[in-house]
Design a binder for this molecule. Structure first.
Ligand code: AMP
Length: 192
């Protein structure tokens, strides 16, 4: 199954994707994780991305598309993937559509995890304490939420207009949200 998980920072995409990956037996592709690995490795791409990420802004579409193409070329994506953190703007949504079409592998689902803003701020604060991510500072969080509203939220409308959007309530325990996701995806899982 080819699945895109959409939702603001702190909506639980990463946590749920890690579980869904076991359930669906497809890899979890987090563009944030891919970028953080480049930063940690000190690669030229990582060095370019580091400041932008720390600020909470978006890394260039070109870098992201190159990274994604190379990730999709790996054999483990043959049966699908869970994409987390991409697309983040309209240009990326278009690029993803073209890329998947080129591969002859259209997307099955775009799932939006819906969580109210007050809860997001609370969750990110909890994560900042637990993980110490460089971009979980109050200023960066504000920027990321703003970027989400202005650039990423319109992508949700795009998938809705294309009849591809499934909305899942992201409020509740990990287990509760996971059950809702499984339920939302079950027709697709049955048909493979
Ligand atoms: P995430 O782990 O998905 O919250 O991503 C962390 C940071 O990585 C974001 O705030 C961006 O700076 C960068 N990033 C991740 N995915 C993308 C993307 N699709 N486009 C641009 N920047 C991205």
């Amino acid at each position: 199954m080819r699945l895109v998980l959409l939702g603001p920072p702190g909506s639980g995409k990463g946590t749920q994707a890690a579980r869904l990956k076991e359930y669906l037996q497809v890899p979890h592709i987090s563009t944030g994780d891919l970028l953080r690995a480049e930063v940690a490795a000190g690669s030229p791409l990582g060095m370019q991305a580091k400041e932008v990420m720390a600020r909470g802004d978006l890394v260039s579409d070109e870098i992201l598309l190159g990274m994604l193409e190379s990730r999709f070329s790996r054999a483990d994506t043959a049966n699908g993937f869970i994409l987390d953190g991409y697309p983040r703007n309209q240009a990326q949504a278009d690029a993803l559509g073209v890329l998947l079409q080129k591969m002859g592998k259209p997307m099955d689902y775009a799932v939006q995890l819906e969580v109210p803003t007050e809860l997001l701020v609370e969750r990110i604060a909890g994560r900042a304490a637990a993980e110490g991510r460089a971009d979980d500072t109050p200023e960066s969080v504000r920027t990321r939420l703003k970027v989400y509203d202005s650039q990423t939220a319109p992508v949700i409308d795009y998938y809705r207009q294309h009849g591809q959007l499934t909305v899942v309530n992201g409020v509740g325990s990990l287990d509760e949200v996971f059950s809702r996701l499984v339920e939302a995806l079950s027709p697709a899982k049955e048909v493979g």
